[in-house]
Write a protein that binds this ligand. Structure first.
Ligand code: NAD
Ligand code: FE2
Length: 365
């Protein structure tokens, strides 16, 4: 028995952003984006198509944290213009911040309280959201949660509510052509992690695995080529679609051990999310093979019959992209690593992992 569902209406293609006027359809909207010239240009393009925004919130920084989100929510709460729609233009940080804003029409306090205690759900708002991703990685345009970072408290939270699915995802590969190599690789690897983590996952189902297999095969084949040919629109299109498919896959399963391990590495060692959640993928794969027929079958559709050799190939793929698979390169000591593994297995995402603690210890050292 299994179910799969995802309510997001996707519009995909080069220059599909030009249809956003029809989607916004005259609603007073709040534009959420980064304070950078490229994003100001996209904002102007949207304003030409849909009219000027009722409010612009552009104080978003990578890995949105309590401090900036509080100030973003204050801007929304104090605005006299009362937007009825949020349009998020940016990477996962912007789309996740927009999900917090969707919930935070009464300010950030109820959101923080909900994140820390699960209470105050009645004080959360739900402002509909259109997501326009400009990175090909997080899949946040088709998931119902946002990663929220409490840097002072040294904690990562997930704001998860079914109401947070965007109503529309407008995925335009043209908007991704300006991403530099490192960002392209890191975000592409985040998408690969989503695909694989949805396969070695207690919540996997045939539809999520199908999306994941397709996404992983595409990323393994095309990401290295894109990394050497950054303005190739056909390659951008392929990786944008793969990241979207990986998003569909993990929208129904959530992530697992590699993500659970990544959060303290990002918080304590400032390693970008896509890198932090992908350098351990080959290790996780070695630890999980043989545990579940359906997982092994999904992995064989990506890596071939010999999964040992497949894990070696995955490691080689990472190394060839310039990603070290050695934790020490990320500033993680042996002692820290052991406690990170314990915490990762016990964490909310780690508990989705189908492998065993003993085998993880054997492989991870
Ligand atoms: N909600 C989810 O389902 C989900 C899943 C995975 C990750 N995340 C979260 O998403 C965040 C990471 O998002 P991200 O990896 O997309 O990066 P990001 O949104 O943090 O952006 C990183 C940098 O990339 C730049 N950038 C973005 N698009 C660009 C473009 N087209 N051209 C040039 N520069 C561009 C931005 O200026 C920014 O400084 C993390 O906080 C992570 O935890 C969320
Ligand atoms: Fe991720």
């Amino acid at each position: 028995m299994w179910t799969f569902s995802n309510p997001v209406k996707v519009q995909f293609g080069v220059d599909v952003i030009d249809s956003i006027g029809d989607i916004i359809a005259g609603c007073p909207y709040c534009l959420v984006t980064y304070d950078e010239p490229f994003f100001a240009d996209i904002s102007q393009r949207i304003a030409r198509l849909a009219g000027a925004p009722a409010l612009t919130i552009n104080n978003i920084s990578p890995n949105p944290d309590f401090i900036t989100l509080r100030s973003s929510c204050k801007q929304l709460q104090e605005s006299t213009s009362q937007p009825t729609l949020i349009v998020a233009v940016g990477g996962g940080s912007v789309i996740d911040a927009a999900k917090v804003l969707s919930s935070g029409g009464n300010g950030f306090d109820p959101v923080q309280s909900f994140l820390e205690t699960g209470n105050n759900v009645g004080e959360l708002t739900t402002i509909p959201l259109i997501a326009v991703p400009t990175t090909a990685g997080t899949g946040s345009e088709v998931t119902s949660w946002a990663t929220v970072w409490d840097t002072e408290g040294n904690r990562k939270h997930s704001l998860a509510r079914p109401e947070l699915y965007p109503s529309h995802a407008v995925v335009d590969p043209n908007l991704m052509c300006g991403m530099p190599r490192t960002l392209t690789v890191n975000t592409g690897l985040d998408a690969l992690s989503h695909a694989l983590e949805s396969i070695w996952n207690k919540n996997s189902n045939p539809v999520s695995t199908n999306f994941a297999v397709n996404a992983a095969n595409e990323i393994l084949e095309w990401l290295p080529k894109l990394a050497d040919d950054l303005t190739n629109i056909t390659l951008r299109e392929r990786i944008a679609r793969a990241a979207l498919f990986a998003g569909f896959a993990f929208s129904n399963t959530k992530t697992a051990l590699a993500h659970s391990l990544s959060y303290p590495i990002t918080l304590q060692h400032d390693i970008p999310h896509g890198l932090a959640c992908s350098f351990s993928l080959a290790m996780v794969m070695r630890s999980v093979t043989g545990f579940s027929e359906s997982c092994d079958e999904g992995l064989r559709r990506i890596f071939g019959q010999d999964l040992e050799a497949g894990a070696d190939r995955l490691e080689e793929f990472l190394v060839n992209l310039g990603v070290s698979v050695n934790k020490a390169e990320y500033g993680v000591s042996d002692e820290e690593w052991r406690s990170m593994i314990d915490a990762a297995l016990a964490g909310e995402r780690g508990r989705n992992f189908i492998g065993s603690r003993d085998r993880v210890y054997e492989v991870f050292g």
